[in-house]
Design a protein around this ligand. Structure first.
Ligand SMILES: NC(=O)c1ccc[n+]([C@@H]2O[C@H](COP(=O)([O-])OP(=O)(O)OC[C@H]3O[C@@H](n4cnc5c(N)ncnc54)[C@H](OP(=O)(O)O)[C@@H]3O)[C@@H](O)[C@H]2O)c1
Ligand SMILES: *[C@@H]1O[C@H](CO)[C@@H](O)[C@H](O)[C@H]1NC(C)=O
Ligand SMILES: *[C@@H]1O[C@H](CO)[C@@H](O)[C@H](O)[C@H]1NC(C)=O
Length: 324
């Protein structure tokens, strides 16, 4: 009798797991079938000024691809970066592709987060009817990327946290009044599925976790305040065609332009945090169901794999850390 109820309990657990899986799958599919609401943010100001979006880290990779897609959708784009020459090249490329659009450059080193930086940015953009902000800038800073935290100097860590967390936060604080005034407005951020807590990139991983929580807080804040601002945080897996990765694309690793299309298609999906690319979403589904020891094993395994592909300077690599 008790054996019977035990096995029927297990059966019910199986059914429950299947149902949860199915709901997740349906959610993933239905989110990707919903039409994009990007055009909501494509409106002129009462005094007739055209809509602009600021994209940070727009001189390469995902930021450049997003800028291109936004321009194709009718937005004028402020291209942010730190290298004027590189940005000028991107500007001329995008101007040629989208002759009806305007582009403007914003130069700022995103590892520098002094108050004057943001005062200056606000001044430079004050004449624009900004209806969107894409906090895309980020990455591993000037470092070697894959190493245990003790290999990072205080400056390395500060750079990474500034670049991925503090700079976007201060930028939102600076531009929120503008976005509120120009609403409906869109506030996006480029995070990473490494926000789950990945070794050998711990400062980066944690900064992306911060950025995700920031988006969740802001989404609720915006609702409480009654502002018509959509907060959309992107959890991103591997993307190729970026500065640090030129490998062949695969099911789990789209090219930046393909990824950018998927991102804009998710606008208006109703959730503040999304995995915009289906291949990345598929990759992360099993993680939610695994026992933590298996999850640890899988993450460690994939980091060894990535480490061996990317690590060009073994001095601070995982192997060095292991033999210490
Ligand atoms: N590619 C991936 O597999 C992947 C995966 C998960 C998340 N992400 C996230 O996606 C975002 C874009 O990355 P990406 O792959 O497109 O990289 P990317 O090709 O290296 O582009 C990064 C952009 O940010 C700019 N940037 C970097 N450091 C800066 C600084 N200190 N000040 C100002 N601008 C700076 C770069 O400028 P320069 O051209 O001057 O370098 C470039 O425009 C990042 O937030 C990254 O964390 C990427
Ligand atoms: C800036 O970009 C140009 C053009 O891509 C490149 O040649 C130059 O090395 C870059 N400068 C720095 C400091 O990275
Ligand atoms: C720390 O920064 C220095 C100088 O920018 C760099 O050479 C080094 O690789 C970085 N270390 C790590 C672990 O990222």
């Amino acid at each position: 009798m008790s054996a019977l109820s035990f096995s029927s309990g297990l059966a019910w657990l199986g059914v429950l797991t299947a149902v949860v899986f199915a709901i997740q799958a349906i959610q993933t599919v239905s989110i990707s079938l919903r039409p994009s609401k990007l055009r909501r943010y494509l409106h002129t100001s009462p005094d007739g000024r055209p809509p602009w979006v600021l994209v940070t880290g727009a001189s390469d990779g995902i930021g450049k691809a997003l800028s291109n897609e936004l321009a194709a959708s009718g937005f004028n784009v402020v291209l942010h970066g730190r290298n004027r020459t590189k940005l000028l090249n991107v500007q001329s490329e995008l101007s040629q592709a989208h002759p009806a659009r305007s582009f403007r450059l914003l130069i700022a080193d995103a590892t520098q987060c002094q108050p004057e930086v943001f005062k200056d940015i606000a001044d430079q953009l004050s004449d624009l009817h900004l209806t969107g902000l894409v906090n895309n800038v980020g990455g591993g800073g000037s470092g070697t990327l894959f190493a245990t935290l003790d290999h990072y100097t205080a400056q390395n860590t500060t750079e990474i946290v500034n670049l991925n967390a503090l700079f976007p936060t201060l930028l939102v604080g600076t531009l929120l009044p503008t976005l509120v005034q120009n609403s409906p407005a869109l506030l996006m951020s480029t995070g990473s599925i490494t926000d789950a807590g990945v070794p050998l990139v711990s400062a980066y991983s944690a900064s992306k976790g911060y950025l995700k929580t920031l988006a969740e807080s802001l989404a609720r804040e915006v609702k409480m305040a009654g502002w018509d601002i959509e907060v959309l945080h992107l959890r991103v897996g591997m993307v190729t065609g970026v500065a640090g990765n030129k490998r062949k694309p695969s099911m789990f690793m789209p090219r930046a332009p393909v990824f950018a299309k998927a991102v804009l298609a998710r606008v208006g999906c109703g959730s503040p945090v999304v995995i915009p690319y289906w291949g990345h979403a598929l990759q992360t589904v099993p993680l939610g169901f695994m026992p933590s020891w298996l999850e640890d094993m899988l993450i460690e395994y994939s980091m060894r794999d990535i480490n061996s592909v990317f690590s060009s300077t073994p001095a601070a690599s995982h192997e060095a850390a292991k033999t210490k």
